[in-house]
Design a protein around this ligand. Structure first.
Ligand code: DP6
Length: 349
């Protein structure tokens, strides 16, 4: 973008969702993570958002999700209000925002990462335009990551391509709790073909929202050991990514997914988000790995759906396995064929 501002400013971005391999679970202060997390951005699961600024009318935010006025406008209004101390121009304009997801709304995919990622990219572009800077500026994505984090923690990892890490830790000196950084350097080429078959077990409303879930870590009896484990897993996983160590990758990724659910099961109150079919999928994935020696593993977010991770060189065998053995345990046979992606895109209409 040229770095000038017009009367009605429009910005439009596509931002992917991401899946954490080392999980963010628990917060400190305002929207800061209790432990560092590491994720990769997806290719096919994304949100497209356009933001239009105008001075007419008295509604601060009009928000249309897939063409329909949505109650999400309240959360966005709060978000904008929160950002207005950093971006004072927010106070001077009203906002018309259109948003759509590439994945079905009811699929049970957490869309807050891609939604706040896309919105933050639009706001950052507009902010840069107001100060005469363009989106090629070196600090553009970092700024977008910081704004995205304020909307939803995991969203700060969505504004980069490939692997991303968020949260202060000794391994990455430039990494902060305020924003994520991309892990572009030195990742072993086998991981550029990382695939994710998202298997939908249940698209119903979750028993616990992620903000309530994070709070359960505040006085969790395993809090200290969970934090220590996450730091250790960041180190181990990064080493596996650099050296192409698939076995270590699998070991850490599955341990993280199960630890996240173990934290929920042992909190007070406790939650069991896995369904019988989630467990069936997990045990079939492990059995397939043992028998076929094909490197596959699973990860899980704070819900019942299973992400089956594998490598592109095994795509035919793994897809045949998915169709033959796994889809019968998915809700209406629903799954998304996804993989590691190239990050956000600025859209021109
Ligand atoms: C289990 O980013 O959705 O997916 O910051 O409250 O919006 P808020 O939480 P959110 O939490 C995601 C938790 C997770 C793990 C992860 O993505 O790292």
């Amino acid at each position: 973008m040229s770095g000038t501002i017009s009367h009605t400013q429009v910005s439009k971005w596509r931002c992917p969702s991401n899946i954490a391999l080392v999980k963010y679970w628990g917060k400190r202060d305002f929207q800061k993570p209790m432990n560092p997390s590491l994720s990769f951005s997806l290719q096919n699961s994304f949100t497209e958002t356009s933001v239009e600024l105008f001075k007419e009318g008295d509604e601060k935010v009009e928000f249309y999700f897939e063409g329909v006025a949505s109650a999400f406008s309240e959360r966005i209004e709060k978000y904008l209000d929160h950002l207005s101390s950093r971006l004072p121009w927010i106070k001077k304009y009203n906002f018309r925002i259109y948003s759509r997801n590439s994945f079905p709304h009811s699929a049970g995919i957490a869309s807050s990462a891609s939604s706040f990622g896309a919105l933050a990219l639009c706001l950052t572009e507009i902010d840069f335009a107001f100060s005469g800077k363009d989106t090629d500026s070196s600090d553009f994505l970092q700024k977008a990551s910081e704004l995205a984090r304020i909307g939803s923690g995991s969203a700060c990892r969505s504004v980069y391509p490939g692997f991303t890490v968020w949260g202060q830790n000794h391994l990455f000196e430039t990494c902060r709790d305020e924003y994520a950084i991309p892990l572009s350097e030195g990742i072993h080429p086998i991981f550029s073909g990382l695939r994710d078959a998202i298997l939908f077990v249940d698209s119903g409303v979750k028993d616990v929202s992620s903000s309530v879930g994070h709070r359960l870590m505040d006085d969790h009896i395993y809090q200290r050991s969970r934090i220590a484990q996450a730091f250790e897993n960041i180190n181990g996983l990064y080493l596996a990514l650099l050296t192409g160590n698939k076995d270590k990758f699998i070991e850490i990724v599955e341990s993280e997914a199960l630890s996240l659910h173990a934290m929920m099961m042992t909190s007070n109150p406790s939650f069991i988000l896995l369904k019988p079919n989630s467990l069936e999928l997990i045990s079939r994935i492990r059995r397939f790995r043992e028998k076929s020696k094909i490197p596959v593993c699973f990860t899980i977010d704070a819900g019942p759906n299973i992400h089956l991770l594998y490598f592109s060189e095994n795509e035919l065998d793994v897809k045949a396995f998915v169709e033959r053995e796994l889809l019968v345990f998915c809700e209406n046979g629903k799954w998304i064929d996804d993989g590691i992606g190239g990050g956000p895109e600025q859209m021109k209409d």
